[in-house]
Design a protein around this ligand. Structure first.
Ligand SMILES: C[S@@+](CC[C@H](N)C(=O)[O-])C[C@H]1O[C@@H](n2cnc3c(N)ncnc32)[C@H](O)[C@@H]1O
Length: 386
């Protein structure tokens, strides 16, 4: 059993805790500042690590001790069983952070820990192409915490999205929005939904909903050794996380390269459409169902991340309250949704009012590249499946 720490984006800690509990039901998870601490078998962590979608990184605690000077830091680090933690062909990179402690100079902490680990491992054959294990050292009020990174690259890199554009919404944030949506949609048990992304881009939300397993590499099992066997059954790995099913996928994007990438990604789906603009998508949906009244039988979930217009000026930018009000009205007119998730930049004027009949649920607040944004969720009672 090890102690692991799943790092969360500020504002997403509780959702990460839900995620950890659902993947490792037996673990004792506890939300702390910046993430979630949990106890898990290394083998079980390895088996399900790729299914963790909201956390940004997972660290494994190697040791915790008090050190007020560098000789003590060296001695305690040297005494740890590094050869059991690290693969013999792994090189190491140490990253330190320190606050309110006598050991202050980050570079010096990194050098001392790095030297002690190298000494502890003893002479190693020089590998042709060595891989990197990242070791994190945090010193807080003279308590030193040494951790090994289980991930390698950050978790939002799923390995399946190439064209991310200039201001991509990270997969980990999109996964948080999707987790909230799953909760909303499952409240309406076993219903089938039409998924609408009118400004799909790389379809980050749809990808997170479908949750294809990332095929990328992980540090755990490669540079960090796993000796304990997984206890859980791998057969249950793909268990659905909600009852809600997507019956058809409807996307629009004005960028031809993105439409092309989308159609490749959707190739295996039985029902999907990709339009050149949100206006065209709205028109085709209206035509398909005949009259707006008929849409009552079709349960639509609209997920949209419109151009925010903070850095990229665009005529569609939603950077003022008035534009956000108009944008929500546009979604109501065009798509007659039952559930909506929309990401807006926060404005000084506060949250935009919603169209008549829309009921707002708890929003998610977070920052994207330092910019405060809000993911807002609405349901339209009259159109929800009964
Ligand atoms: C902020 S990005 C959305 C990013 C998206 N969530 C993703 O996963 O990449 C906005 C997207 O809207 C598209 N877009 C802008 N105006 C549009 C319009 N009128 N109709 C359809 N797509 C539009 C852009 O091409 C861009 O891909």
């Amino acid at each position: 059993m090890v102690t692991a720490f799943a790092i969360a984006n500020p504002g997403l800690e509780e959702l990460v805790e839900d995620e950890v509990r659902s993947l490792w039901p037996a673990c004792e998870a506890k939300t702390e500042r910046g993430g979630v601490t949990f106890q898990v078998q290394l083998g079980d962590l390895q088996v399900r690590l790729a299914d963790l979608r909201i956390a940004t990184r997972v660290l494994i605690r190697v040791a915790e001790f008090t050190a007020k000077d560098f000789p003590k830091l060296h001695k305690r680090t040297l005494a740890l069983a590094w050869s059991q933690w690290l693969a013999s062909d792994a090189d190491i990179k140490v990253k330190a952070a320190s606050q309110a402690s006598r050991l202050k100079i980050k570079k010096r902490i990194e050098d001392v820990v790095s030297e002690a680990i190298t000494e502890a491992r003893g002479p190693r054959p020089r590998a042709a192409a060595s891989r990197l294990a990242q070791i994190y050292v945090r010193v807080d009020q003279d308590r030193v915490m040494i951790s090994a990174d289980a991930c390698g690259e950050l978790m939002h890199k799923r390995g399946d999205r190439e064209d991310v554009g200039r201001a991509p919404l990270r997969e980990t944030w999109a996964a948080a929005v999707v987790q909230r949506l799953r909760g909303l949609l499952s409240r309406t048990a076993n219903s089938e939904w039409v998924w609408i992304e009118p400004m799909a881009g790389t379809a980050v939300f749809a990808r997170e909903w479908r949750a294809d397993r990332p095929t990328r590499d992980w540090a755990l099992g490669q540079v960090i050794r796993v000796s304990s066997k997984a206890e859980g059954e791998t057969a249950s790995l793909q268990a659905p996380r909600s009852h809600a099913q997507i019956r058809s996928w409807c996307f629009a994007d004005s960028n031809p390269a993105r439409r092309k990438a989308l159609s490749a990604w959707l190739a295996g789906e039985s029902s999907f459409s990709i339009a050149d603009s949100q206006q065209e998508l709205a028109a085709s949906l209206m035509a398909a169902i005949g009259s707006p009244e008929a849409s009552r039988d079709e349960h639509r979930v609209v997920v949209v991340n419109p151009p925010w217009g903070v850095r990229l000026q665009s005529p569609d930018a939603v950077n003022t309250r008035a534009r956000q009000v108009a944008f929500l009205e546009g979604l109501e007119q065009s798509f007659r949704p039952a559930v909506v998730a929309v990401i807006f930049p926060r404005t000084r004027e506060g949250l935009a009012g919603a169209p008549a009949g829309w009921r707002e649920l708890k929003p998610l607040q977070f920052k994207v590249g330092g910019l405060p944004v809000v993911a807002r969720f609405f349901e339209v009672k009259a159109r929800l499946p009964r």
